[in-house]
Design a protein around this ligand. Sequence first.
Ligand SMILES: O=C(COP(=O)(O)O)N(O)CCCCO
Ligand code: NA
Ligand SMILES: [Zn+2]
Length: 311
Amino acid sequence: YVKSTKEILEKASKERYAVGAFNFNNMEFLQAILEAAEEEKAPVIVATSEGAIKYIGKGDIEAGAKLAVEMVRTYAEKLSVPVALHLDHGRDFKIIMAAIKAGYSSVMIDASHLPFEENLRETKRIVEIAHAVGISVEAELGKLKGIEDNVVEKESVLVDPEEAKVFVKETEVDFLAPAIGTSHGAFKFKGEAQLDFERLKKVKEYTQIPLVLHGASMVPQDVVKLANEYGAELSGAKGVPEDMLKKAIELGINKINTDTDLRITFVAYLRKVLSEDKSQIDPRKIFGPVFEQVKEIVKERIRIFGSSGKA
Ligand SMILES: O=C(COP(=O)(O)O)N(O)CCCCO
Ligand code: NA
Ligand SMILES: [Zn+2]
């Protein structure tokens, strides 16, 4: 059933577990994510980036947002678990407004590339509008490394817990994504994976609100290997290790954004199925086994996040 992001995350924060926020940009990924949550009896957040809304709407933002909402509602109303739809990395005011108008439960205003005062002002503006119509808001403090959609962040600037305290108080934002060393995509760490747990601990203590981990995909090496065996070129791919995810959850992370793990699984098994079933031309016979695997990896993530059975 449909439930608000805020209710889902406040329960998670109180009970110290995390809820997956899985990205989708087509029907099959959405189906796989929702089936996984249902089978794990877990609350789940499904998310679209701005690019996904444009992709779903073939460039028409209002149509894309509306279709995403209607797909989620049509599936979710049949499920026994709570489902919320979230706008990931909102940057364009028009798209954030389109998501709110279409019926998204929460929106992220990502102004983390701006100086603190501007991030604060931008976030405050969106919070005022969203709260006026009962929508919750996520913001980001500090910078992730790597490519954030179309903004290349050269270096990661880790969150300042003192700034986080002021930021949350001033903006009344509902959830905060503190940068603690992760980055988007499959190539997260040059050397050893490391997250700044000290900062995370302080941010939770100072803000006492649900926290979000971006760039949290684990990049499973067995799946990377399989993809490469069937012709992909993903050498050097590295994600967040399980023990670090679990420690981040203990320290107060309640929403874990996961996209790359689903993408790598999709690509590995699509390559495998196409190369093994050479006469297959029915998309359902190709996508069926591929998205079965995507569902399984989502279930694995839900178990690691501690949200299995929490519906
Ligand atoms: O923080 C994340 C997920 O990051 P990851 O790339 O680790 O799955 N997202 O916000 C998902 C969209 C970013 C582009 O993939
Ligand atoms: Na987000
Ligand atoms: Zn992100």
